[in-house]
Design a protein around this ligand. Sequence first.
Ligand SMILES: Nc1nc2c(c(=O)[nH]1)N[C@H]1C(S)=C(S)[C@@H](COP(=O)(O)OP(=O)(O)OC[C@H]3O[C@@H](n4cnc5c(=O)[nH]c(N)nc54)[C@H](O)[C@@H]3O)O[C@H]1N2
Ligand SMILES: Nc1nc2c(c(=O)[nH]1)N[C@H]1C(S)=C(S)[C@@H](COP(=O)(O)OP(=O)(O)OC[C@H]3O[C@@H](n4cnc5c(=O)[nH]c(N)nc54)[C@H](O)[C@@H]3O)O[C@H]1N2
Ligand code: SF4
Ligand SMILES: [Mo]
Length: 715
Amino acid sequence: METTSTPTHCPYCALQCGMNITPLPRGGVEVTERPDFPVNRGALCGKGRTAAQVLSPALRLTAPLVREGDRLVPASWEEALDRIAGALSAVRACHGADAVGVFGGGGLTNEKAYALGKFARVVLGTSQIDYNGRFCMSSAAAAGTRAFGLDRGLPFPLADIPRTGCVILVGSNLAETMPPSLRFFSELRENGGTLIVVDPRRTRTAEQADLHLAPRPGTDLALALGLLHLVVAEGRTDEEFIRERTAGWEEARAAAMAHWPEYVERITGVSVPELREAVRMFCAPESAMVLTARGPEQQSKGTDTVGAWINLCLATGRAGRPLSGYGCLTGQGNGQGGREHGQKADQLPGYRKLDDPAARRHVAEVWGVDPDALPGPGRSAYELLDALGTDVRALLLMGSNPVVSAPRAAHVEQRLRSLDFLAVADVVLSETAELADVVLPVTQWAEETGTTTSLEGRVLLRRRAVAAPPGVRSDLHVLHELAARLGVEKGFPTDPEEVFGELRRASAGGPADYSGITYRRLAEENGVFWPCPEPPAADGSPAGTDRGPSADGGGATASGTAVHPGTPRLFLDRFATEDGRARFVAVAHRAAAEEPDAEYPLLLTTGRVVAQYQSGAQTRRVAELNAAAPGPFVELHPRLAARLGAAEGDPVAVVSRRGRAVAPARITAAIRPDTVFMPFHWPGEGRANTLTNPALDPVSRMPEFKTCAVRVEVL
Ligand SMILES: Nc1nc2c(c(=O)[nH]1)N[C@H]1C(S)=C(S)[C@@H](COP(=O)(O)OP(=O)(O)OC[C@H]3O[C@@H](n4cnc5c(=O)[nH]c(N)nc54)[C@H](O)[C@@H]3O)O[C@H]1N2
Ligand SMILES: Nc1nc2c(c(=O)[nH]1)N[C@H]1C(S)=C(S)[C@@H](COP(=O)(O)OP(=O)(O)OC[C@H]3O[C@@H](n4cnc5c(=O)[nH]c(N)nc54)[C@H](O)[C@@H]3O)O[C@H]1N2
Ligand code: SF4
Ligand SMILES: [Mo]
């Protein structure tokens, strides 16, 4: 089929780097530079450069598999789909609709995430749906919604970063997790701006910083409160901004004043002079930003922690103004869009709330169902996984590999094994797919069209560039076929543009309004920032209704009205709360769910390396990436290693209350002596998530991936 090159986007992280895909005459494809996409301007990391290798039939699933005893054997699509539909119906008949669960992923396109959420609510009638984004940016999303009335990861484009005065990067290692974005921060420093990095490790990102603060893991809340205390004490608040554009300052101020710098130094290990220097750097220029990533967010107090960093922005007038603000660096390819269109337990498309009667009416009308028939909010991701085999007896999983990536993974693995029935749709035989009763092989990014929403809130078009191998079908096809087998013949089209047309209508009027976005516009404009409502038609018909899935996009809608330009920058005039004011939150330091003691005297924190992606299901299959990052390791400070008697490369066991993981020691002065670090990309005996603590944040239900108590034993 296609022989020319097609502009598209990387399948992996939320930067969604632009790339060109060219099929080669003798088979296979080539990834080449696409300089016209402003976020990466042609640059790609090693994962993006090698992503197309996973398209090869040799590395992936090409036929459905069904379980025969303890083996998975190839089967026809008919048989595989019949088995799934039969099992889901049987479980539902026996145990009720909520006995069937659905687990999605932030890597799924908007169309897939939308269809999956609709499938759960309309076809299965279950409330038991959630997704891996809960493990990702849910704390920042909750805090952003609480403070600003709206959660969009970055309220400004990345291109604003070089022009601000100072950026505090809290718990982001973007030199490894989003390498092409590092350029924006180097340009910031070339322009005279400053960079502060907050990370318990001296990462490649921290090495770029003017100031590196290395707090004890799990103490970012205290750190932010200490900085706010100093801002007040040094008279650096912006009283006019606080008066005109915020609410709740008095309570938040009082809470911060209880966090004296010396007290904060004792909790965090960051010295008072360092705190003072950070405040000076943040407050001196006209504009500044705070960006958080998983470090401060993946904590059992992640929502309050992000809230405290937002307080710092609000108190200094560094929000809702040009070149200033708080942002969250969302992680997965469609981490942003994946949380907006209804695969989250409590949400409906357009970032609507499932428990809001008006939202239910709107979406039910688009779906052609009775609002009262829509189930209510379900459980969060870990709670859902924890309930498998008890009241949730069958699971349909699409786009996640929780055997490797969920907290307390040995327990989650055992819960998955205890299910009556597990169906997994994946591109490869992941560790979770290995446990399934039926595995469906699906098409990949370059073989299908769909939209993603990047960490900037920019909706992008990923285009089909190559033909899929025979035997694989799209996730949309899977949902269409299963719906039909479960008695719903209409409403699950397989054409992504048709699904997007319905998503536009379902999102119209919601916080994440996509109704003015068309595939045509996305192709022509290099993406469109939401919200992008469709202006009301001249004939008075409301936005987003019945003007077809691809209403004319090149400058005007079908009815002749001007198009909405999209919204690159949010909150400049008002915040998205009812009264337009941002909300301070009064928060106080609290301990992690698990603090070190005599038996488990160290802190474990976890994260990523540049050459592997997430559970590694895709990247562990690429030779070049495996050569760069062949397996797990345990980072130990030289003083700790000496005390333990561990030498570089020695196998060490890391033991927590959940279990034990073994990996070679990597000795480095870049980590605090009271902390050890493991990347989480591998299964088996080096699986970091065997150790992690599923203690949940009370608001976001985020597990505490970033800190738990461990001991280290040299083997
Ligand atoms: N190479 C690669 N890139 C990726 C991914 C990948 O798997 N591999 N995944 C993508 C996804 S989904 C995501 S969410 C992003 C994540 O991107 P990041 O958030 O940058 O990644 P992490 O390595 O999880 O965590 C960042 C840093 O937090 C630090 N940290 C640990 N504990 C704490 C703490 O208590 N406080 C603070 N302040 N910092 C702490 C760690 O030392 C680490 O350097 O990356 C995306 N990009
Ligand atoms: N200890 C620790 N654990 C963590 C984290 C941490 O920092 N520390 N980070 C957490 C975070 S931020 C995240 S985002 C999660 C991610 O962890 P996971 O949810 O496991 O994410 P992936 O490994 O990306 O899994 C995606 C799976 O879906 C498949 N897939 C890819 N595209 C498609 C598609 O279009 N359709 C279908 N059906 N399948 C597809 C892939 O092959 C892969 O098997 O891990 C979390 N776990
Ligand atoms: S930085 Fe992210 S989007 Fe860009 S090439 Fe690497 S993995 Fe892909
Ligand atoms: Mo993530």
